[in-house]
Design a protein around this ligand. Structure first.
Ligand code: CMC
Length: 389
């Protein structure tokens, strides 16, 4: 026994060195390559943040243009890949489809899967960043029985995604700049978050030498759970279940009851013990979107704001330092844009792909070895197989 450090949940174990993202959970600070998330959300767009996370520096205007062009060149998926969707039931959860189709991308790019080749790694990253919106929108279109829409490379990343979601061959979809900006901000706020469960999964899968598409599929699977990326879907389901401000005390009481497994979704974070800086930007964006759409009195927003207020004053939450996290307000924005609840975690996966692939690339760009956690064995000591069997 005493040979290993026992750290269930990896509360105090650093599994790697990284130069990508810094979090100070006590101060509520999140930096990507040194830049505060608030400044990036205000001044950059998502693709610029992708470039920063991947390359370490903000792009010059020329680099930015070239990067946008490169991503645009890779937005289509192979026609054969669209056949994969037909293998799924139409009511399949889109995250189930994403796990399958993203992993399947590795079957299409044998020519660039050498993980020791920096150029191959770069091209895989471009393909993933570019194809995730296309695949995500295909999941939605498949679920409602509409034809897939091809990407439009003359549009911005967020605008193109919304168009692939909501246009049809019979009617184009004009994306409001406010909504496109809000979508872009949601992508940016979810872009990376150092060694969370899904990123650690991608690094661990990558440490065995698995190809990047398979590693990202593993990340999508890890993200799906409600304690992680599935929380955005769970928040909206919870707000709808609460239904009316008068029911909030009942849900607060349930969250505090040690006998009840119910938790206030969108509250709490392993690292942030003060506030989640992403949640502040998200809340502001939420107000902007609802004002743009003229639905400031959205009943779910009212419930969310009241719930936040009550929880922030309640001794249980204060003592445990439980604050709204990034996903508390994102669902309200996505719903207002018209995105169905079961697509919320897919959008998180789309956004986080840049974080996953940047960490995967960082792992392979530096000296590394396979990840192999140990355990404290608590089972039987050696015993003989029963003689009478
Ligand atoms: N509602 C009620 N009680 C809570 C909550 C909550 N949302 N979160 C934690 N607690 C309590 C928990 O019961 C425990 O109480 P006690 O000390 O009396 O046993 C204490 O707070 C510490 O909880 P923990 O489970 O040890 O904390 P953790 O760091 O392991 O879990 C968490 C972090 C995010 C999984 C958890 O806070 C949670 O389940 N939150 C709800 C789900 C959620 O919103 N997840 C999204 C996280 S942000 C997006 C992302 O990065 O994935």
């Amino acid at each position: 026994k005493g040979l290993f450090t026992y750290d269930p949940g990896f509360v105090s174990t650093a599994a790697c060195e990284s130069q990508i993202t810094y979090i100070d959970g006590d101060q509520g600070i999140l930096l990507h390559r040194g830049y505060p998330i608030e400044q990036l959300a205000e001044k950059s767009d998502y693709l610029e943040v992708c470039y920063l996370l991947l390359n370490g520096e903000l792009p010059t205007p020329e680099q930015n243009k070239a990067f946008h062009n490169t991503i645009s060149n890779h937005t289509m998926v192979h026609e054969q890949l669209s056949q994969f969707f037909k293998g799924f039931r139409r009511d399949a959860h889109p995250m189930a489809i994403m796990c399958g189709v993203v992993g399947a991308l590795s079957a299409f790019y044998h020519d660039s899967l050498d993980i020791n080749n920096a150029h191959h790694r770069e091209v895989c990253a471009y393909r993933l960043i570019a194809k995730m919106p296309t695949l995500a929108a295909m999941c939605y279109k498949y679920s409602i029985g509409q034809p897939f829409m091809y990407p439009r490379n003359d549009r911005s990343y967020a605008d193109n995604f919304l168009r692939m979601m909501f246009a049809t061959p019979c009617s184009d979809y004009e994306v409001s700049p406010v909504l496109a900006r809000a979508m872009d901000r949601i992508f940016t706020l979810h872009a990376d978050h150092e060694q969370n469960a899904s990123t650690s999964t991608v690094r661990l899968a990558g440490s065995s030498g698995a190809n990047p598409f398979a590693c990202i599929a593993a990340g999508i699977a890890a993200l799906w759970g409600p304690a992680h990326g599935g929380a955005n879907e769970a928040v909206l389901t919870m707000l709808e279940e609460i239904g009316d401000e008068s029911n909030i005390p009942e849900f607060i009481a349930r969250a505090k009851d040690p006998e009840d497994s119910f938790r206030l979704m969108g509250f709490g974070h392993r690292v942030y013990r003060n506030f989640d800086p992403r949640a502040k930007v998200m809340k502001k964006t939420c107000d902007e979107v609802l004002a743009e759409l003229g639905i400031e009195n959205d009943p779910l927003l009212k419930i969310a704001k009241r719930l936040e207020q009550i929880a922030l004053e309640d001794e249980y939450f204060v003592k445990r330092q439980l604050y709204p996290n990034v996903d508390f307000y994102s669902g309200i924005i996505l719903k207002a844009i018209g995105i169905p609840t079961n697509m919320f975690t897919v959008i998180f996966a789309l956004s986080r792909t840049i974080g996953w692939i940047s960490h995967w690339n960082e792992f392979h760009s530096s000296p590394n070895r396979i990840g192999r956690p140990r355990q404290l064995y608590t089972g039987y000591t050696q015993r003989d197989y029963p003689a009478d069997r």
